[in-house]
Write a protein that binds this ligand. Structure first.
Ligand SMILES: Cc1cc2nc3c(=O)[nH]c(=O)nc-3n(C[C@H](O)[C@H](O)[C@H](O)COP(=O)(O)O)c2cc1C
Length: 430
């Protein structure tokens, strides 16, 4: 992969094109409430799939905290500065990207659109935004890489219990051109999600979201089977009752996928907790950037430095794992109070990324001012996928990047270096 990624051709000029042509964007603005409503309507026959995306753990209080913390921080606009020419460029792990935005790893995208992860990976590539592929995808590693083409891509690992399976995944990921490994720490056990429990909805139990496993030679050998073709994908739409019926009626394919999906859950969200002592195994077998996702406090950020990882994602998984938790933005602020973290960031030893609650350009400015070098965009792009597939995701990405570029100029800054870590000057909190 080249160290210079494709430029985003669609920042503030995207807004001008919309007004000039009198053509509203096909789908995306940054009004996520509206996108949520449209996606819900579009998925009216599959409310369980919509709720899988929308829902959070317990009472959804953590998700609410994520958004409320953004509202507490406010930007102070500055005037009469020459910010006519602006740049969103961001360097992460030595690679220059056109913006600080990355697509968050989101599993099971095939429940909301027939093109699933292929659509999002292709959209990300067209806009120059790195695509972080989830271990819980409904497409194989190889198929996502093909859809992403020459775009930048990272891989998110739900860390399997079996080391030989982990090694097999790492080797496939490397071969398929994924440059960074993001290890999610907060989901070694699935959170208590009432909205899914109410409908007993978990696609993995039908093998949906287990495509990385189904196409893995080592995982499949554990089951005494040959891997499925890398082009294999689950049937669309995913209708749990229909698959239950097939299984009851002895359909061999449905039965096998269900058995394999069950096994994949036991490998990847097993309820068996890894510890810091297990990290050297990954360090030893992955020579690219190693990033820990789910760090929520200063002590763990410092431990990440001690354990030689290259980056962290400050994240509470969009509030889907722990109810009643601190917000992710609050955690970022706390973590950045650590002199050790600040020093590691300044020296290039530790890269700090952020997610959980990013909805608009001004949210990105706030997260960057509080110290983030890059931000992961989550649920909004899945609503866009549900509404309009690849075009929907592209439209949503162009919108948030245009919003970021415009807002950056209007508050008086010409690039992200001018605001990174400068919350004291740029923001106030009430
Ligand atoms: C439907 C859904 C599936 C997700 N799947 C994964 C996943 O497979 N791996 C992962 O690390 N995070 C996963 N996440 C969490 C996201 O990567 C990200 O942390 C979260 O969406 C951020 O919150 P926000 O969408 O409210 O901004 C998922 C989130 C959602 C909404």
């Amino acid at each position: 992969m080249s160290s210079e990624q494709k430029p985003v051709t669609t920042r503030s000029s995207y807004q001008k094109t919309i007004y000039d042509s009198r053509q509203p964007p096909p789908l995306g603005t940054v009004d996520v409430d509206k996108a949520e409503r449209i996606a819900r309507e579009k998925l009216r026959d599959r409310q369980d799939a919509y709720m899988y995306v929308f829902g959070s753990a317990g009472t959804a209080s953590t998700h609410d905290h994520n958004r409320r913390e953004f509202d507490k921080w406010k930007i102070i606009p500055r005037m009469l500065r020459n910010v006519t020419s602006r740049k969103l460029e961001t360097t992460l792990f030595g690679v220059k990207y056109p913006s600080p935005l990355l697509l968050a790893p989101i599993g099971v995208q095939g429940i909301v659109h027939s093109d699933g992860e292929e659509a999002s990976a292709a959209a990300a590539s067209n806009v120059g935004v790195p695509y972080i592929m989830s271990t819980a995808s409904t497409r194989s590693i190889e198929l996502v890489a093909r859809a992403n083409g020459s775009g930048p891509r990272w891989y998110q690992l739900y860390w399997p219990v079996s080391n030989d399976i982990t090694l097999s995944i790492l080797s496939r990921v490397k071969k398929a051109g994924f440059s960074a490994l993001v290890v999610t720490l907060d989901t070694m056990l699935l959170g208590w999600r009432p909205h899914d429990i109410d409908t007993a909805y978990l696609p993995f139990f039908h093998g949906v979201g287990a495509q990385v496993g189904l196409t893995d030679p080592v995982y499949m050998a554990h089951k005494g089977l040959k891997p499925y073709s890398e082009d294999d994908k689950p049937a669309w739409p995913y209708v749990p009752n229909h698959l239950d019926e097939l299984i009851r009626n002895g359909d061999k394919d449905a039965q096998e996928r269900s058995m394999l999906g069950n096994g994949w859950i036991s490998e990847t969200t097993p309820g068996v907790f890894k510890t810091w002592d297990d990290l050297p195994f990954l360090r030893q077998h992955w020579n690219g950037p190693l990033v820990l996702k789910g760090i929520m406090c200063r002590q763990d950020a410092e431990l990440a430095i001690d354990n030689g990882v290259d980056g962290i994602v400050v994240s509470n998984h969009g509030g889907r794992q722990v109810d009643g938790s601190i917000s992710s933005l609050y955690a970022l602020h706390q973590i950045m109070q650590s002199p050790k973290v600040k020093e590691a960031q300044a020296s290039g030893k530790l890269t700090i990324l952020f997610d959980s609650g990013i909805r608009t350009g001004s949210d990105i400015i706030k997260a960057v001012a509080l110290g983030a070098q890059g931000v992961l965009y989550g649920r909004p792009y899945i609503y866009a996928l549900a509404i309009g597939g690849q075009i929907g995701v592209e439209s949503q990405l162009r919108a948030i990047l245009a919003d970021l570029d415009i807002t950056l100029g209007l508050v008086g800054y010409k690039d992200l270096d001018e605001i990174r870590g400068k919350a004291d000057e740029i923001l106030v909190k009430d």
